[in-house]
Structures are given as C-alpha cells and as structure tokens.
Design a protein around this ligand. Sequence first.
Ligand SMILES: Nc1ncnc2c1ncn2[C@@H]1O[C@H](COP(=O)(O)OP(=O)(O)OP(=O)(O)O)[C@@H](O)[C@H]1O
Ligand SMILES: [Mg+2]
Length: 338
Amino acid sequence: MGLFSLTQEIAMDLGTANTLIIYNDKIVVDEPSIVAVDQHTNKPIAIGEQARKMHGKTHQNIRTIRPLRDGVIADFTAAEQMIRGMIKKIKPKSMFSPSLRMVICIPSGSTNVEIRAVKDSAEHAGGRDVYLIYEPMAAALGIGLDVEAPEGHMVVDIGGGTSEIAVISLGGIVCNESINIAGDVFTEDIQTYMRQQHNIKIGDRTAEDIKIAVGSAVSELDNPPEDYEVVGHSIIDSRPHKVAVSYQEIAYALDKSLVKVDAAIMKVLEKTPPELYGDIVKKGIWLAGGGALIRGLDKRLSEKTKIHFHVAEEPLSAVARGTGTALKNIDRFSFLIK
Ligand SMILES: Nc1ncnc2c1ncn2[C@@H]1O[C@H](COP(=O)(O)OP(=O)(O)OP(=O)(O)O)[C@@H](O)[C@H]1O
Ligand SMILES: [Mg+2]
C-alpha cells in the first residue's frame, strides 16, 4: 500500500458553539464555531478563535458567521468553509490523504434534510467516507457508559444551541427530546436581564463572561462565586456604567429557560419504559455539554426529578471523545449512520 492510499481518520463534534476534532485519539482542534469572511470575495479570512476575536467588532468589509444555529447548519457555505478550515488546523499537517474517513455528530432531533446538510458539508470539505452519530449517543460513549448493554442510561447534553435528553439501551436511543433552549439562550437571558434591571447594554461576549463567572441554576450555592463586575453602556445616558452582578441575579435571569429544560427532562422520564426507568433511578443521570458547568444545575435537577445527577468529567469534550470512540468501532457499532 502506497503512502497516499492510507486512510486518515478523524472524529468531529460540529457544535453550535464549539468544534472539536479528535485525531489519533487526541483532541487536536477545539475552537469556537465561527468563520470571518471577506464581504467582497466571500473567502474565509479567519476560522475559530481568531474569527471569534473579530466577532462584534467588524466593519463593512468583514462579516463573522456562526454557521450553526440551534444545533443544525444554518449557512451551508460557511459550514463547509469552517469544516475545511478546522481540518487544516490539525497538526501535523498530514491531512492531504485522498481518503479521509470521518465520524461527525448530529442532534438527535435532526430532520433528513439537516442530516443530509451535515453529510454534504463534510464531503465537500474533503470527507470521503462520512459516518454520522447522534449526539446523545456520542455523549454517552464519551462519558464511558456501556451503551450496548441491556440497561437504561440517561444523558442530558446542554450545548450552545440545543439541549438533548435521551435514554439509551442496547445500542439505540429509546426516547429523547431536543429543545432549542441552551447556552445561546442563557446568554440572551443575561443580556435581557442586564438591560431591564441595570439599564445597560452588553454584547454577547460580555454576557457569556458573566455566565461563566457567576452563572448559577439555583439561588443558594454552597461555594458561591464572588460578584462579577461589568462595565456596560447605559441605555439612559450612553455613559459607561459599572455593575457588580451576583450569582443570585443570574439564577433569577436563567430561571425561565431552565424551567423549560426541567420540563423536557420530565417529559423523557415520563416516556421511559419502567424497566429502564428503574436502571436510571439506580445509576443516576449524566450531564454533559458546556451547560453542565452552570453552578448548581446538578443540584437543581436532582431536586426536581428526585434522581441523582452526575456532571460528566470534562463535559465540554464528552461528545467529541465519544465520537472518537465511535470512529474506532465503525465496524462494530450498528447505530452509526452511513
Ligand atoms: N462554565 C460555564 N458555565 C456556563 N456555561 C458555559 C460554561 N462554559 C461553557 N459554557 C457554555 O456552553 C456552551 C457551549 O457548550 P458546547 O461546546 O457543549 O456546545 P456545542 O456542542 O457547541 O453546541 P450544540 O451541541 O448545541 O450544537 C456555550 O453556550 C457556552 O457559553
Ligand atoms: Mg454539542
């Protein structure tokens, strides 16, 4: 076999907020899902972190695009440019192989058209042999659950665009819900709150910084973070206005969205067959995705459901790691979609 016929293999978590690539069992790319393009030529000028730095600071010649919305591709051209650009970031730069095999994940609520869009984008970006996996299945694999066992497992993956809740047993998804309430909506909730309560305008980067610094799902935390100081643009007099934000305020701001996440989880539990429900009660429910890092979310959900919630180790990379596990078991896992 000549060198050029060697198949290169990668796994990709193409997320609304972040794209991760696994190559040779390692995370080699972990960057925000953003592309900056030249408005005149439509050519990409920056991808990932570099494009994120430009986000919200562009002029008429540059546009930043987040190709995914609510977990699915919203801008096909930008998605393809982004996938291509992310693959190029892999070091060592040996991805010129004519036969690139890829496993890439998709939200469990995807329509056939949305599934096709991911597959086409990956193929246009150089993938020759593209397999797809549902995100909650990838999350479960990444957490290390035995998804093929005759046992119920439940995972809740709260990303940037979607929250996916699924019960898995015998290598398949038994029941699931996918809602468009996730990190992006939490960020908007914080912006709205700051405008209504403190009369200041803040951009989404600042709102996200607040979410990370003092984000909370409950109004009482055992280890509370210190208040976070932001300087916003006053909507009353356009002057800079300094505000110290507490975690209790953010718990209040996020509550109306978190109630929808609670409800979606309850809906999946209602649909879960009794034997699997018993397994889940015994073992608990796993939280993954960036939303799993919201302080007190596990506590809130445990109180709500009366079932124990565990936060996955490194929740932001669980789906990518699981997609990597799928890549290594392509011939064995019947749940992969070709
Ligand atoms: N410490 C944190 N606290 C709260 N939210 C966080 C934290 N860290 C990251 N996030 C949020 O998690 C989200 C990104 O999570 P993740 O990377 O799992 O999403 P994604 O996979 O890109 O999106 P999706 O799966 O919906 O397509 C962002 O909205 C980000 O603001
Ligand atoms: Mg995700």
